[in-house]
Design a protein. Structure first.
Length: 284
């Protein structure tokens, strides 16, 4: 049985073809326990979490990468986020009709999907993900082909207890020799079964798929569920709402209470907190 909650990069020696593998267990279970998700929604959330880890691993930056979708179907909102240090979180909002749907487009209906990269320093970037394919993996492959112009193959699976993914990319500067290699490894990767990706450790899986190739595997990195919410960040959200709105809520309710959508942490702010937020000192 594979180790849970790990991400691992690999490369095919003497080529411009690289890859990455991820498998999530405990972190996926914790995120999935935040709401009574129907199987179809839970599976798509798991695929999104695996994809966010794989995609963040292709970037050299400090910050977060998030996959976000908003639709008019039974699945209203889908979000999966991974930071550069492999901290993940995610959520989905749905109605009861989601139980009957099992494909990406049927769940989301008409809507928009985007990838947002938020570096710790620098400008945020957002790219729109095409919604022409029937699967999340297919949509993300088209995103890389069109927006990043990097040929990419993605394989994503999820069940009740685990989610996993495999990514292959062909980087710029390749040679004719890489043409044959890219074709071969994609043909081999396309044979992977959900059970293999969800249960095998990376070494066993990569050997089973690519034993005729020379593959260098890098050290595995742990992946954990960790929410980035905090009292200070929540105060920042209240500041963005504005002074008048905050004091209006105080007058009506006596305090402002907010729950994190990702981890259900509860934050309560009284008049003294709001006075200090907007004036720098306590008035009452």
């Amino acid at each position: 049985m594979a180790s849970d909650d790990q991400f691992q990069r690999f490369i095919f020696e003497n080529s411009q073809v690289r890859g990455a593998w991820v498998r999530l267990g405990d972190s996926y279970t914790r995120i999935g326990s935040q709401a009574p998700y129907p199987d179809s929604v839970r599976q798509l959330l798991g695929e999104s979490l695996a994809a966010s880890v794989l995609m963040s691993g292709t970037l050299k930056f400090s910050g977060t990468l998030s996959l976000q979708a908003n639709g008019e179907g039974p699945l209203r909102t889908l979000m999966a986020e991974c930071s550069h240090d492999r901290h993940i979180r995610g959520l989905a909002r749905f109605d009861e009709h989601a139980v009957a749907e099992d494909t990406l487009n049927a769940l989301l209906g008409q809507g928009r999907m985007a990838i947002t990269i938020t570096p710790d320093q620098g400008q945020r970037y957002q790219g729109v993900v095409p919604r022409e394919a029937d699967t999340l993996a297919g949509c993300l492959q088209e995103y890389f082909d069109r927006s990043e112009q990097i040929p990419t193959s993605l394989f994503l699976f999820a069940n009740e207890s685990h989610c996993a993914g495999l990514l292959l990319q062909r980087l710029p500067g390749d040679t004719e020799q890489d043409d044959d290699l890219w074709d071969r490894v994609n043909h081999l990767a396309a044979t992977v079964e959900a059970d293999e990706l969800l249960t095998l450790d990376s070494q066993t899986l990569l050997h089973r798929l690519f034993h005729e190739e020379t593959v260098r595997v890098f050290d595995a990195e742990p992946v954990v569920f960790r929410c980035s919410c905090s009292r200070d960040r929540t105060l920042g959200a209240l500041e963005a709402i504005g002074r008048d709105e905050c004091y209006s809520i105080l007058e009506e309710q006596g305090a402002i209470e907010m729950d994190c959508q990702f981890c259900h942490a509860h934050y309560r702010f009284d008049r003294n907190d709001i006075d200090h937020l907007f004036t720098g000192h306590t008035l009452h």
